[in-house]
Design a protein around this ligand. Structure first.
Ligand SMILES: Cc1ncc(COP(=O)(O)O)c(C=O)c1O
Length: 343
């Protein structure tokens, strides 16, 4: 129970907090990894913590089906399908992306999980049409927002922050800075709120991996969106909440938009380089869309001195493994990794 909301527990928590000794030695920092990629359904990832709260809400409302939306390669869609499968619900994913020409990566897993994916021209009318179709068939649809980032979804990461704070205290590293990926913002804001809730010493650095729409800079557009989300959270949780609406302007948000590389889910050489680096030093696989950009921030800031020598850093690994099998990423890696193949 957090902020008056319950969840249905299907995760084996806590996820491990591990020391990455080889990279720590190499970079001269003390690096740890919070393994939320190891959450236990359908190859794991951060969205499952949010879905524990959505599932409770959906079942309370008598839902028979979960529908969500996102990019064609949405990790959140795959994990929504996974939770639906486990709890005997139907599921569907709606995307305004084009069909990539092959059933790969998350799309393949969606199919394996028995979840239809609807490629629509326009999200709003597509959402309406798909929902109506299933409602006409007698389903009671529960709509999970994109990325699971709303008032409820945030709770999953508030809880993760509390869990991590306890682990960090036990390990004597509660002065660490946590690096967290920012997509639809629920993970970052949930962490921020959870750290405040438990009076943590841990610091939080958000790495934004996609440009938010708008007419300003990447940073201005992100902050405009974040202010809206923040205000919705404050309205929803009211006086019992850890922050007030007005706090937004005085908050010292530590967020970078320097690692977007211009686009969402693009193939970026620097990101692939750190993917190979982490795999070859620690046998941990990250993805080219989300966690790869965040890990690039850690490596580059350790090298530039922005992260001080000997500083404690926690990389929150939020999953996303199937992303390596997306066609354009796979093709970019194929040409680089060919020399490893000996026929
Ligand atoms: C693997 C992975 N990491 C991080 C994120 C970002 O989380 P959020 O959308 O809560 O900001 C996502 C979102 O889709 C994700 O799939």
């Amino acid at each position: 129970m957090l902020f008056g909301h319950e969840k249905i527990e299907f995760l084996h928590l806590p996820t491990p907090l591990e020391r990455l000794a080889n990279i720590s030695d190499d970079l001269g920092v003390k690096l740890y990894c919070k393994r939320d990629d190891l959450t236990n359904l359908a190859t794991g990832g951060n969205k499952l913590r949010k879905l524990e709260y959505f599932l409770k809400d959906a079942l309370d409302q008598g839902a028979t089906m979960l529908i969500t939306e996102g990019g064609a390669q949405t990790n959140h869609g795959r994990l929504t399908a996974a939770v639906a499968a486990k709890y005997g619900l139907k599921s569907a994913i709606i995307t305004a992306d084009k069909y990539p020409g092959e059933i790969n990566a998350n799309l393949l897993l969606d199919g394996i999980l028995g979840c239809p994916v609807y490629f629509v021209e326009d999200m709003e009318s597509g959402r309406k049409a798909v929902t109506q179709k299933y409602e006409a068939e007698g389903e009671r649809v529960y709509y999970v927002p994109m990325g699971g980032s709303n008032e409820l979804g945030m709770l999953g990461y508030a809880e993760c922050a509390i869990e991590l704070d306890e682990q960090a205290r036990t390990m004597g590293i509660d002065d660490s800075t946590i690096f967290v990926t920012i997509g639809s913002l629920g993970t970052y804001l949930g962490m921020l709120i959870g750290l405040k809730y438990c009076n943590s010493n841990l610091k939080l650095r958000g790495i934004n991996v996609l440009p938010y729409p708008g007419s300003g800079t990447d940073r201005e557009n992100l902050f405009a969106y974040m202010r809206g989300y923040w205000e919705r959270l404050c309205d929803f949780y009211g006086r019992a909440f850890v922050y007030a609406k007005d706090d937004f302007d005085s908050m010292d948000f530590d967020i970078s938009t320097d690692y977007i590389h211009g686009e969402y889910n693009n193939a970026v050489e620097e990101v692939r380089d750190v993917m190979y680096y982490l795999a070859r030093k620690e046998a941990i696989i990250i993805d080219p869309c989300y966690t790869g950009k965040t890990f690039e921030a850690i490596v580059s800031e350790a090298k530039s001195g922005r992260i001080k020598s000997g500083e404690n850093i926690i990389f929150l690994h939020t999953g996303g493994l199937p992303g390596i099998y997306t066609k354009h990423h796979r093709e970019a890696m194929e040409s680089e990794l060919k020399s490893y193949m000996h026929f």
